[in-house]
Design a protein around this ligand. Structure first.
Ligand code: ATP
Ligand code: ATP
Ligand code: MG
Ligand code: MG
Ligand code: MG
Ligand code: MG
Ligand code: MG
Length: 279
């Protein structure tokens, strides 16, 4: 294209490359969902349909962006983790964040009728904000994930007790808030149990633990035949093997089923049993 006298404006753009070799977390959050959840009469404290919709939109993001290795969702937020080797958009922050935010939002709106068939979306439509944060070590990344899961637990225990005091205890929001001021986790468990016969441990895991989305390689492993040495491998062992290996991994990655689970990943077990997620 011919140069124009206007082209200098391009030089005002600022670089926003994320550091190489770091885990990138892109966290998105629904805009004004307190109000939005009222408008569509989300069940309090947890509307299962709304969570399933968030999870379905997140699943699509993992299916379409192989660089996203794992994602975790609670309430109106989702954290997407890009592998530290990710080179998508040369790791330009704004490109990565806006691509995930718009893809997620588009699927959220598109999939809405499957989850809320009797509540058509009206203007203003829902939207999400997003940010990118980088973590240099797997430990930092796992601590980030644990931070969000602990938040899920704390918020859910509070919200469950708060709404039980209102819905079953007949309190108004102000009284319920006052009742819970300064209480510890054990106190809330006790309120639920002694006053309402509710055992918090029996609440559904999706509410207590949130939703983690990842590729389940075990399913693929079971159907793939064992790797055989090919001609290429015999002539130039190292290069060819690593090439076949990379190709094999790429194909396995594409075929692997994206799953949503509601499990504890603060303990080591989750990651030790699924070493491929952060490898
Ligand atoms: P902001 O725009 O600053 O994010 P917000 O109103 O979205 O404001 P958040 O702190 O993100 O505030 O909280 C989201 C709110 O959305 C929750 O407090 C809750 O009221 C509501 N919400 C989100 N998901 C659900 C759900 N599945 N069931 C019931 N309520 C939900
Ligand atoms: P990237 O993901 O890097 O943006 P891209 O394929 O979207 O890649 P762009 O430079 O953004 O590339 O160009 C968008 C392209 O989309 C145009 O080159 C054109 O081919 C096509 N396109 C966009 N809008 C229209 C339109 N209204 N009519 C026909 N073609 C269009
Ligand atoms: Mg917020
Ligand atoms: Mg929000
Ligand atoms: Mg939120
Ligand atoms: Mg363009
Ligand atoms: Mg384009």
């Amino acid at each position: 294209m011919a140069n124009s006298k206007y082209e200098y404006v391009k030089s005002f753009e600022q670089p926003d490359l994320l550091l190489p070799n770091t885990w990138i977390v892109i966290r998105i959050d629904g805009r004004g969902f307190h109000k939005f959840s009222d408008k569509y009469a989300f069940k309090k404290p947890n509307d299962r349909r709304a969570l399933d919709l968030m999870n379905a939109a997140a699943e699509r993001v993992l299916i379409e962006l192989p660089d996203v290795v794992v994602a975790y969702g609670i309430s109106d937020e989702y954290s997407f983790v890009l592998h530290r080797s990710c080179t998508l958009f040369e790791r330009r922050s704004s490109k990565l964040v806006t691509t995930i935010v718009s893809m997620f939002s588009a699927y959220y709106v598109h999939l809405w009728p499957s989850f809320f068939p009797y509540s058509p979306l009206t203007f203003p439509l829902p939207g999400f904000d997003g940010r990118a944060v980088q973590y240099p070590t797997v430990q930092n990344l796992r601590d980030y994930m644990s931070w969000r899961q602990v938040d899920c637990h704390i918020n859910n225990l509070y919200n469950t007790t708060f709404w039980t005091l209102i819905q079953q205890g007949g309190m108004d929001a102000k009284a319920a808030e006052a009742e819970l001021a300064g209480t510890l986790a054990a106190d809330k468990n006790e309120i639920l149990f002694s006053r309402f016969g509710m055992n918090y441990n029996n609440e559904p895991d999706i509410y207590k633990k949130g939703s983690i989305v990842f590729r389940d390689y075990e399913l693929v492993e079971a159907t793939t035949s064992s790797p055989a040495l090919n001609e290429e491998a015999l002539t130039a062992p190292e290069i060819a093997l690593s090439k076949t290996q990379a190709e094999k991994e790429r194909k396995a990655r594409q075929k692997a089923k994206v799953v949503v689970q509601h499990v504890d990943f603060i303990k080591d077990d989750f990651w030790e049993q699924r070493p491929w997620i952060l490898s």
